[in-house]
Design a protein. Sequence first.
Length: 300
Amino acid sequence: MLVAEHSSATRSVGTLALAVLLIGPGLGPFGCDGITGIDDLSFERGVDSMCGPDAPCPDGTFCDLAQSSCQPQRPLGTTCTRIEECQSGRCVHGLCCNGPCNASCLACDLPGSEGYCDVVPPGEDPHNQCRGTTACNAKGRCEGRCLWSWADGDSGTDVATHVATDALGEIYVLGTFEGTVEGPLTSEGGSDVFLTKLSADGERRWSQSFGSLGHDQAAGLAVDPQGNVVLAANFVGPVVIDAIEYPVDGADAAILELDGDGNLQWLAFLGYPNNSAAFTTATALAVDGQGHVIVTGHFT
C-alpha cells in the first residue's frame, strides 16, 4: 500500500514568506488535508517590515528609504522630507504640518508653533517668500521693508530734490536748505544748495553746500561713467564755490562736476554777465554714456 506523507514549513522574512510543501505520490495539488496552494498562507506586515517599490507599507506607516523598512508616520512638528512621512500628509518647511501653508507670509516652523501653519510676524520673511526689499506686514501680506533711513535739517525749510547712485551703490542727494544741516553746513542767505554723499548702507560720507544771499535752487543731478557726480543749480547773486566767489548778475545757472571724494573737477556758468535783469535757469540735467553733460532750462 502506498502511504502519502507530507510536511510543510513556513518562515516569515519581513514582507516575504517562504513555503515548502512535500506532497506524497498520488495526492495531487489538492492533497495535504485541504491545503489548496500558497495563496492560503497568511502574510503579516507592519512596523519594521521590509519595503520597497514592489512592497508598499500598510496604512499608518511609511517606507524609510534609509532602512528599507516600514516606520510609523510622524506627528505634527517633527522633521520630514516627504509628505508620506507625516500623519497629516503635509511636509512644509521641513516639518510635518497641519495645513498646506503655501501662501506668502505663512510658515510652519515659527518658534513656538512648530507644525502649525501660522502668520509670519510683521517685518520678517524667514523663507524669502516676499523676495527683494519687502517683508510681511501685520495683515500677513508682503509690503515694502525699510533697510535704512537718513534724515537731515533743522527748523528751516529743507528739501531733498534729486537722488543718484554710482556703480558701487553709493548715493548722492541734492537739495536746498535753510539754516544749518549736518556737515555742519550753514546757509549764506535765504536757501542754499547742498550735496550729500551716502554709502550704500546709508552712512554719510561727506556734504557740501553752495549758495548766495538769495534763494538758490537745485536743478539736476547725475553720475557719469567715471563715477564723478554732476549737478546743476540756480544762484541769485554772487556765490562762493570751493572757496572762490563768482559774480552773478540777476540769476545764473551753474554746472559743477565733483569726483567721488567731493573735489571740484570743473564748473561752468550759464547766464548774462553784467545784466541784473537777466535770468538763466536750469531745469534738468543728464549725462550720456560718454560723459557728455546735457542741460535744459530757460532764460530771459
